[in-house]
Design a protein around this ligand. Structure first.
Ligand code: ZN
Length: 268
């Protein structure tokens, strides 16, 4: 057994026995990991209030490789995301990010790029003058890339010619194969495209998605665009993740948004 220290984001916490909690973390060094926080529900314990979903902590824990549950011995905030809990839109999107991580990541599989993406995305959601839906799209897209499902926005799936997104207004995109189809091939393939599960997306939306693969979470969160485009890019990312992750049939945390004024993934 060893004593380890790592940065961690709380994904979920459930009560355990009389006074403890079982906490699922996404950690920088060990990936997804569950641990018992003894006495965390003792009202006098400062320790307990730390283990709320979305909290970004530094944890010290006893680690034994053969064990499914580790033991947290101490913990402290790395960063406190103050605005996340005071704004219902930001909160829902933030919860959807940790729900996605909890569903698609496997236990004890280290992926520092994914950890940094999650921490920076929550930081962006917490910041002023940012658009929560941008963060959802940027996060989902870059998570897919980190997991090896990189979408192609540059070349036609069929003829491999580059696609001029500045010119094309609508493009067919085949989610399963992760690529678009150019105008010429679209007219040749027509019916076949529908059976291949292609759906239409506007060229401006694809241009934004392409730029999001190069932007930091903070920069993407501030990107200005029409609300219709914001809906298009987040729908695309939701469908893309769903298709490629296999474990993401729906995102509970987005249910709230599905009934709001916006057209949002989850509303089917
Ligand atoms: Zn083509």
């Amino acid at each position: 057994m060893s004593i380890e220290k790592t940065e961690a984001i709380v994904l979920r916490a459930v009560n355990y026995r009389d006074s403890s909690k079982i906490v699922t973390f996404y950690t920088k060094r060990y990936g997804k990991m569950s641990a018992i926080a003894k006495g965390a529900r003792n009202p006098k314990s400062k320790f307990g209030s730390l283990f709320q979903p979305l909290n970004y902590l530094q944890i010290v824990f006893y680690r034994r490789e053969s064990r499914e549950l580790q033991y947290v011995s101490s913990s402290d905030f790395v960063r406190y995301f103050k605005s996340l809990t005071s704004d219902v839109d930001r909160f829902s999107i933030a919860m959807s990010l940790i729900e996605i991580i909890n569903r698609v990541m496997h236990d004890e599989e280290e992926n520092e790029a994914v950890f940094t993406l999650l921490a920076d995305s929550l930081g962006a959601l917490d910041g002023p003058d940012t658009f929560p839906r941008n963060t959802f799209a940027h996060f989902g897209l870059n998570l897919a890339i980190a997991l090896g499902f990189t979408p192609n926005f540059a070349e036609c799936l069929h003829c491999s010619e580059p696609i001029d997104l500045e010119k094309e207004r609508k493009v067919y995109y085949v989610v399963e194969k992760g690529g678009p189809v150019c105008e010429k091939c679209t007219s040749v393939l027509s019916e076949g495209l529908h059976s291949a599960g292609a759906f239409e997306i506007s060229a401006p939306a694809l241009l934004i998605l392409r730029s999001f693969t190069r932007l930091t979470p903070a920069a993407a969160a501030r990107a200005q665009m029409e609300q219709a485009l914001r809906n298009e890019i987040s729908n695309f990312v939701f469908i893309y993740l769903k298709k490629h992750s296999g474990t993401l049939k729906e995102i509970k945390a987005l249910k709230f948004l599905a009934t709001s004024q916006y057209d949002w993934p989850g509303k089917e």
